[in-house]
Design a protein around this ligand. Structure first.
Ligand code: SF4
Length: 113
């Protein structure tokens, strides 16, 4: 779990009193897995999004996923796909400015200690 400890400390990985669906069945949220047909891929995304919509920690999950871009790459998080999260991030940055709370990165792209 070391990778989860290296996030932005002001927005911790959300905790849930009950085990979330993505912890019970992570493959359901791994929507880039490569379906045989486009319709099967769309179904997988639809199902993952529907599951997120009933999650008790969805708001905290979205905050975490938007802040931890390097750790939330791919898959469905909070009923959003990666391109949807990127678009949302761009809209938020346009409206609020860049997130200056992110930790500086090493030249190699890894999070600073
Ligand atoms: S909202 Fe986040 S924590 Fe909840 S099921 Fe979806 S990905 Fe998992």
């Amino acid at each position: 779990m070391a990778i989860l400890d290296s996030g932005v400390p002001r927005i911790p990985l959300p905790a849930s009193a009950t085990r979330t669906a993505c912890r019970n069945d992570p493959q359901r949220f791994d929507v880039e897995r490569g379906e045989v047909t486009a319709s099967a891929a769309a179904d997988r995304i639809r199902q993952a999004k529907a599951t997120c919509r009933t999650c008790p920690i969805a708001a905290a999950c979205l905050r975490w996923a938007l802040t931890h871009t390097d750790l939330s790459r791919g898959g469905v998080w909070t009923a959003t796909t990666e391109p949807e999260r990127a678009a949302l991030r761009r809209r938020l940055e346009k409206r609020l400015g860049p997130d200056r709370g992110e930790r500086p990165r090493h030249p190699g792209g890894r999070l600073a200690p």
